[in-house]
Design a protein around this ligand. Sequence first.
Ligand code: TRP
Length: 440
Amino acid sequence: MSHPIRVLTGITTSGTPHLGNYVGAIRPTVRASRRADTESFLFLADYHALIKVGEPARVQRSTLEIAASWLACGLDPERVTFYRQSDIAEIPQLTWLLTCVTGKGLLNRAHAYKAANDQNAAAGRDADDGITAGLFMYPVLMAADILMFNAHQVPVGRDQIQHIEMARDIAASFNHLYGEHLTLPEAVIEESVATLPGLDGRKMSKSYDNTIPLFAPREQLHKAIMGIVTDSRAPGQPKDAEGSALFQIYQAFASTDETEALRRAYAQGIAWGDAKQRLFERIDRELAPMRETYESLIADPGRVEDILRSGAAKAGRLAGPLMARLREAVGLRDLRAQPGIAAPRVAKAALPAFKQYRERDGQFYFKLVDAQGRALLQSAGFDTPRDAARAIAQLREQGSAALAGPEARLHAADGVSTGAIVAALGQLAGSTEPIRPIGS
Ligand code: TRP
């Protein structure tokens, strides 16, 4: 059984989704989330929103709009872990643990922080003028988002690559100090997804104020599309598809055949008004059913709230246990617990171990694995976990003597010599090394 790849991404709740977000992020992410080999985590980064937005009502409204948009576009909250960052109490806790292993110099090098410094310098102001510690700490909070769920892959835009690299660096520092607890994430840049041009032909972006809202009412969508810039060619004059924002937007929604038909219409001199009408109809055809769902969700915020809370409960079932392990690892511990002797990790890594697990047939099995995790010995199925544990106890007490006899119900893993097994059992003889569940 191979483990699914864990993919995680967050959306800052500071605006209203537009067509560029839909084509560049929502649509491909919803599609990818349906793949059987991935386990998707998607969250609303509302703590991140506080760094840029000082308007409470806007943060709230944006959270509702973004959540409703993703749901309307087909995100299945049963399948995907869909939650709001601020509902996960462990994220700020992890942020602090990570803050304590993050070099200040690393954060000094963050692009967003440096850009703010440079702007201040250019204006002759103090380097840190108007810069909050929140902006400075942004990469640590983002690392906590990712590391909290041991995500393997993080699909992001190019501007976020540095943040993922920082998350890796921070995770590596933590692991170096406290043991291998955190997975080092990788950025995934979706090359094939085109960026959508906006009304003025530049990349559609909130910062250029050239966006077309995703779920504006039909008439408003129509009006926005009529405002896309074109050149001044008259009806009947051939028009260039290349470099036409209108054409590129059409292409992002249409099939290859439809796109070719519009290319011919351009060559034959279609009037800009007619081309815009075609674009409007094509987009509206895709969005209309989703818009209806969107509007019903916006009208019923309690439903969205419930969905996010149940997503948070699901996420919390992973965040809680990991946070408990990390607290333990850093020494935030029950005072009655025996303090570990120095470097328990090294001692542990040198030992073979028993791993107990349950198969799909409902039976209980165990393996003996060496220090590198390779299987040495494989048990047959036991009816209860106690039976399996008893067989393990016997192996621990009697060592290789317990291998003989029909009641042993064990066989060597492929290509493993009896000598290797005997040696491993010898290392474990009388040890109190706990049995680790498989996958830990
Ligand atoms: N910084 C991301 C952005 O602005 C949003 C974000 C916050 C995020 N936490 C994350 C993205 C974790 C991926 C993973 O787009």
